[in-house]
Design a protein around this ligand. Structure first.
Ligand code: 1GP
Length: 255
């Protein structure tokens, strides 16, 4: 499924370690699902969550946002439209370089296991099939330039965030994403608390090609509107989806 980012204004972040609402039809108005979380996520609960969502809403793009290469397998690859992998600018080295190299090294080592392309062939054909498998896998991976701005969040703890960025640094990270790193997504992450429009305004100034996502504490139409008006392409809603599905519906912009 090709994702038209111009059409995405509302993203739901579904945490596999949390319970799903009993009625998943609330997802019908959202534009894209990101499956991932910081604590207690496993390959098994990720698969269960993806399957439940696919069953409930058949026409939505579903991305896995893994925090660890161990959460990625052939089964998860098969079931999602893309892997969205955070590169945390204000995290530790592992979360900007280390885990990414690990993930791509794993893909290079065993593309057959990840894509199921194992075929008994010989010579050059083996090499070319392996290369095709590697590039198919790599093409399904989307980098997200992240700034984690809620120091007390689990996301900050797991990605080694020492301090949050100033507004100028957020703007710099956005500009670097657009012109230097070339990730298709820049994500202002306030996971668990509402950060207001300041960082979004600073980042939006520099982003034309890059999709600007904001997540954190969105639990009303007013907050969603404020963030979108500040220049975000889409709001990401997590806790409210799990905790209060009725209010979650209010965060979905009307078209
Ligand atoms: C978390 O950005 C998302 O990764 C959404 O944040 O859970 O606070 O809505 P909330």
């Amino acid at each position: 499924m090709n994702v038209d980012w111009e059409e995405i204004t509302h993203v739901t972040k579904v945490d596999p370690a949390k319970e799903l609402p009993s009625d998943l039809s609330v997802l019908e108005g959202t534009d894209l699902i990101l499956v991932g979380g910081s604590d207690d996520v496993t390959e098994d609960n990720t698969l269960e969550t993806i399957d439940a969502i696919r069953e409930a809403v058949t026409d939505l793009p579903v991305f896995q946002e893994p925090y660890d290469a161990a959460h990625v397998s052939r089964a998860t690859f098969d079931r999602v439209d893309a892997l969205a992998v955070p590169a945390v600018y204000n995290g530790d080295r592992d979360h900007f370089v280390g885990k990414h190299v690990d993930l791509f090294a794993e893909i290079g080592r065993k593309p057959d296991e990840l894509l199921g392309t194992s075929v008994p062939v010989v010579g050059d054909l083996v090499a070319s099939r392996a290369e095709t498998a590697v590039s198919d896998l790599a093409a399904k991976i989307v980098g997200e330039g992240y700034v984690v701005q809620h120091r007390e969040s689990a996301a900050a703890a797991v990605s080694g965030v020492g301090r949050t960025y100033t507004t100028d640094e957020v703007a710099g990270a956005a500009l670097a994403t657009e012109t230097f790193y070339d990730f298709p997504i820049f994500y202002v992450e306030y996971s668990g608390t509402y950060g207001g429009p300041g960082d979004v305004e600073a980042a939006a100034r520099y982003l034309e090609e890059t999709t600007l996502l904001y997540g954190g504490g969105i639990d009303s139409a007013e907050k969603a509107t404020e963030i979108l008006s500040a220049g975000a392409d889409a709001v990401v809603v997590g806790d409210c989806f799990h905790d209060d599905p009725a209010t979650f519906l209010e965060t979905i912009p009307s078209r």
